[in-house]
Design a protein around this ligand. Sequence first.
Ligand code: EPZ
Length: 417
Amino acid sequence: MPIYAVRTSPSLHGEAQINTSKNAVLPIMAAALLCHSPVTLHQVPNLTDVDSMAGVLEACGAKVTRTGRDLTVQADHLCSPRDASVMHRLRASILVLGPLCARAGEAEVPLPGGCAIGQRPVDIHLRGMRALGAEANQENNLAIARGRLTGGSIYLDFPSVGATENLIMAAALAQGVTRIENAAKEPEIVDLCDFLIRCGARILGAGTGTVVVDGVSRLNGIEYTPIPDRIEAGTLACAAAITEGSILLSGARSDHLRALLFKLRETGMLVQEDARGLCLRGRAKRGVDVRTLSYPGFPTDLQAPMMTVCCKTKGQSVFLETIFENRYMHAVALSRMGADIRTEGRMAVVRGGAPLYGCTVEATDLRAGAALMLAGLMAQGETQLVDEAGHIDRGYEGLDEKLRQLGADILRSGGTR
Ligand code: EPZ
């Protein structure tokens, strides 16, 4: 069980290399099940969610090998995963539903169920599979999809990232043309489509609200390097905002972070974009209002780190979390540290500027854990961040190490990676 001892930090200086994106790697790993020959992904980060997804693919009959930061998937003989415990380790396990049904004609996927931030239903995934001609429903905690897939018209009630990904993957091998409306537009979806097109898929409109897929009979494996992790970059940018840092985020793509960069500039941060990545200087001085939205709106995954920034700035900041129903658990711990935060349903009001004091706090989910690590950088004294479930290692490769290299005083004990 990792415990982080975080002490008040001097301003952060230096350069951090941004890894490839967890939320691009996971769907592309699932998409490898569609390919008749091996897929090799490069620069794959060392994350427990990647390990868990490898276990999911193996439970589906694929062979997964890792050599350094390369990960290879060979999907010859596929089957529905029987081991529910493997599927429960991460919510993204639902992403094998579309590829399995498209490739093997049927999929029975144990549902991971809800998590700390929300109930995580899969109704939009199932409705979309039915529009592709599958018999699809949820039974005894299984997501089931059976039948030969044919092109169809799909409207997503909500621009769900996972449902958009699942349905694009299923449509890639369906017979005929599929039109997905109100599709999610996240950069990770564009990356998935770039990967699939290079494997031989025919997809138009990736990154727009309407994606058109003309199904093909076969996809061939390729070598591929996913996009950089905008949420890791955003988290480190928030750390600089808190400590009055001057840091270079190498490899970060500013075009994937427009909403966050706009908000950080609004707080008074200096943000420069150049060929190497993102350069952040100064610190956040003013509170800002944040409404999380589907891309290109402010990303829900950066709501918690941004709330920590707003604890530092003088003045009021109003948050509206429109994506998940229970994503303010970090506010409880921040308040224990001395922050003035009031939450009411999907709204939170932060009155920033009060000093924070180190104490023992618990990571309740991945991004809340990161936000509390950042809070320790600005708190007086020492913060003991207890990460009993290893949430932070799921989505960040050595976040403490990267912050330490920039000058933060963080010590990690227990829970070897
Ligand atoms: C992806 O989750 C990301 N995970 C999440 O990142 C991210 O927060 C989320 O998209 C939103 O951007 C990965 O990419 C692996 P959704 P996903 O389907 O696909 C509701 C992180 O910290 N919904 O867009 O599960 C759902 O309840 C993680 O890296 C339905 O109602 O998100 C939620 O309220 C956390 N029915 C909203 O849509 C459905 O069938 C957004 O969910 C599907 C979703």
